[in-house]
Design a protein around this ligand. Structure first.
Ligand code: FE2
Length: 185
């Protein structure tokens, strides 16, 4: 049988703190995926995925924005040392600082399953854009990839209803990692 090995989460967060990468994959098997992510600035999208997610705050607090069944936006605070279960299909947006860290446990996606990423207009609340991904490999950092897609085109950020344009953050892709950068979940 395979040799079993424990993971030192303190060492992982320390390493992420000095890395350009926002996410460290602990394991990725046919049944489950586990990773530690640090907060990203400019996190604005709502992630809708087919897996339950378990979020445990290792360091710092998270404000998890989410949408109820009726589309109402709510915020739940997850403090350092607290754990939260986010049911599959719940649109959620993890907002936390680049020096805060979360452990996330999810179910590995099946080949026919898709993750959706939604942005909403800050002026009128209409949906701005939807990115859809088959998340086969977390090492590809799907969150960073959809941020490139969204911010890469002004038309993606322009509201069809009211014309408001969500500005792209200044600097070189600051929403993707970087020493002070960002995460998933
Ligand atoms: Fe709008």
């Amino acid at each position: 049988m395979t040799e079993l090995r424990a993971v030192d989460l303190g060492r992982i967060t320390q390493m992420l703190g000095t890395s350009a990468k926002p996410v460290s994959i602990l394991w990725q098997t046919p049944g489950s995926v586990a990773f530690v992510a640090r907060g990203r600035e400019h996190r604005s999208e709502f992630h809708v995925d087919p897996s339950d997610e378990v979020m445990y705050m290792l360091k710092g607090d998270m404000e998890l924005h989410y949408l109820t069944d009726t589309g109402e936006e709510r915020v739940v605070l997850i403090r350092e040392g607290e754990i939260l279960h986010c049911p599959a299909g719940t649109p959620h947006s993890p907002r936390f600082a680049p020096d805060a860290y979360v452990l996330v446990l999810e179910r590995t996606r099946r080949p026919d399953e898709h993750d959706r990423f939604h942005w909403y207009c800050r002026a009128c609340g209409a949906r701005l854009y939807e990115a859809v991904r088959q998340v086969g490999d977390y090492r590809e950092d799907p969150v960073s990839r959809v941020y490139e897609e969204f911010y890469g085109s002004e038309s993606h950020r322009t509201c069809a209803r009211c014309g408001d344009v969500m500005p792209a953050p200044s600097g070189e892709a600051p929403y993707i990692g970087g020493a002070s950068g960002f995460s998933s979940g």
